[in-house]
Design a protein around this ligand. Structure first.
Ligand code: ADP
Ligand code: MG
Length: 214
């Protein structure tokens, strides 16, 4: 357990995220069948297995190479809205991280913040629109707050994952204002947002990779 995250741990994060979306594929699809077109599980599983294949060809040496490769693969392999959104997230993370081999807590927080801003630049989501933003924004805020309070990186990442889960759960009563679910209007209320659910897996797996838990 250290207070930095290196390329190996980032690869571990990506691998864990692929495993999580593959394992929860049916649940993500079920959520998307209620308020979308029932493809979020398939989109995420397909995108992340394409990422794994790419990484299997030899993991890039620097954080920016790794994250940019993940982002570009997602953009090119996922047809749904989530591909370009998650793709932009990883691309912006990589651009902000730069050509380094590890990130300290502040560096990781800055990269994640840039990723979130990339999603906003692309999809224009705001708080309460019932999207992945509603899980990601509180997670990034919680990470910043924990680091400012002096928490170590594993503790801060755990708090970020908990904040993502709370944000995901809070999407249930909301009426969607962005994406396919917004076509349903009031009928979108009463269901969790699928993208907020996958984003929670993103932060859960980040916390697990950072703490090195199995
Ligand atoms: P599609 O909607 O094209 O079928 P997916 O089902 O894979 O794509 O992803 C749907 C998820 O994408 C939604 O649950 C929501 O979280 C997210 N999403 C859709 N539009 C936006 C947007 N404009 N900004 C942020 N997230 C969005
Ligand atoms: Mg869909």
């Amino acid at each position: 357990m250290t207070d930095t995250i290196g390329t190996d741990a980032l690869v571990d994060w990506i691998t864990r995220f692929r495993e999580a979306v593959t394992e929860k594929r049916e649940w993500l699809t079920e959520l998307d069948s209620a308020i979308g077109d029932a493809d979020h599980g398939a989109n995420m599983a397909r995108g992340m297995s394409a990422v794994s294949e790419k990484l299997g060809a030899g993991a890039p040496g620097t954080v920016d190479e790794l994250l940019k490769s993940v982002g570009m693969t997602l953009v090119s392999s996922v047809g749904g809205a989530s591909g370009p959104l998650y793709g932009t997230f990883f691309l912006r993370m990589g651009m902000t991280a730069g050509a380094v081999t590890e990130l300290d807590a502040a560096g990781l927080a800055a990269a994640l913040r840039a990723g979130l801003e990339g999603i906003v630049a692309r999809g224009k989501a705001e708080s309460g629109d019932k999207t992945m933003f509603d899980a990601m924004s509180p997670a990034v805020d919680a990470l910043d707050a924990a680091i400012a309070e002096g928490d170590d990186l594993p503790t801060a990442a755990r708090k970020a994952a908990d904040a993502a889960a709370a944000g995901r759960d809070a999407t249930e009563p909301l009426v969607a204002r962005k994406g396919r679910a917004s076509y349903l209007g009031e009928r979108s209320a009463g269901h969790l947002d699928p993208g907020a659910a996958s984003t929670t897996l993103l932060f859960e797996t980040l916390a697990a990779a950072i703490s090195g838990s199995s």
